[in-house]
Design a protein around this ligand. Structure first.
Ligand SMILES: NC(=O)c1ccc[n+]([C@@H]2O[C@H](COP(=O)([O-])OP(=O)(O)OC[C@H]3O[C@@H](n4cnc5c(N)ncnc54)[C@H](O)[C@@H]3O)[C@@H](O)[C@H]2O)c1
Length: 252
């Protein structure tokens, strides 16, 4: 089990990629805290696989929410080994003409500020780990641009954040690696809702799939397995890096 004895925190883990990551982490032996926001409400009981999976409520936009979770993890374990900033939102319609300031602010607050708050509030606990890893779930949109103005900007911010933190941790001689993963199309609620909101969903789906070298969308577990590698000590020489997991979308 590659994550045995690791203490991990995964945000936005009631659904989609985050849910797959949290379950996979537990199956790899980690004590995993999986945060949920509104979706998945009530799923806060502990369940045992090879590791432990426990659901905790959190709004990643809210610093006090992070501090509460930090207090709980600190009291129980005194350290954090893995932080996965996965929680995210996308607007149905997102372009420079249509996106309102309120929509822009909320997208930035969840995707970019949420990831910053995760790193900022958890740093002291990550420092206590012998070998910590932060993984930010960004998007292939930073390599393969699209008109989604708030989403693309928030994800570009997360990419910048990743490299800034990797550099900081090196300069401060902290045992913390920080990397980003960049999924393309993944079969989750977010992607399905986004496609369903389009005037011709079937055409949008077909166009997106054909745009990739591998002609299908990913399953969440295919992203989760790569994140587990980055979280583990097998990736001990990997930091500051950005990994497309997009079926070849970004080079097509
Ligand atoms: N599905 C894709 O095709 C795809 C592609 C590239 C990147 N991503 C990224 O992957 C991540 C996971 O997305 P997904 O596809 O699994 O979608 P999803 O909608 O299933 O998951 C997003 C999760 O974030 C949570 N969330 C939203 N606002 C929150 C808040 N304020 N506080 C805490 N949690 C909040 C939601 O409750 C949800 O569980 C996102 O960051 C997304 O941008 C997804």
């Amino acid at each position: 089990m590659r994550l045995k004895n690791k203490i991990a925190l995964v945000t936005g883990a009631a659904t989609g990629i985050g849910a797959a990551v949290a379950k996979h982490f537990a199956s790899e032996g980690a004590v995993t805290y999986a945060t949920y926001h509104t979706k998945g409400k009530g799923r806060h009981q502990s369940s045992q696989e090879n590791g432990i999976l426990e659901y905790v409520k959190m709004d990643v936009r809210d610093e006090s929410s992070w501090l509460e979770v930090r207090k709980m993890i600190e009291a129980r374990h005194g350290r954090l080994d893995v932080l996965v900033n996965n929680a995210g939102v996308v607007l149905d319609v997102d372009n420079v003409a249509a996106t309102t300031l309120e929509q822009w602010n909320n997208t930035m607050a969840v995707n970019a500020t949420g990831a910053f708050l995760g790193c900022h509030t958890m740093l002291e606990l990550l420092k206590k780990s012998e070998a910590a890893s932060i993984v930010n779930v960004v998007s292939s949109i930073v390599f393969k641009p699209d008109v989604l103005v708030a989403y693309a900007s928030s994800k570009a911010a997360m990419w910048g954040l990743t490299r800034s933190i990797a550099l900081y941790c090196s300069r401060e001689k902290l045992p913390i690696r920080c990397n980003s993963v960049h999924p393309g199309g993944v079969e989750t609620e977010m992607l399905r809702d986004f496609i369903e909101a389009a005037p011709d969903p079937a055409a949008v789906r077909e166009f997106a799939v054909q745009n990739q070298l591998i002609k299908r969308f990913a399953e969440p577990i295919e992203i989760a397995r790569f994140i587990a590698y980055l979280a583990s000590d097998e990736a001990s020489f990997v930091t500051g890096a950005a990994f497309p997991i997009d079926g070849g979308l970004s080079i097509n």
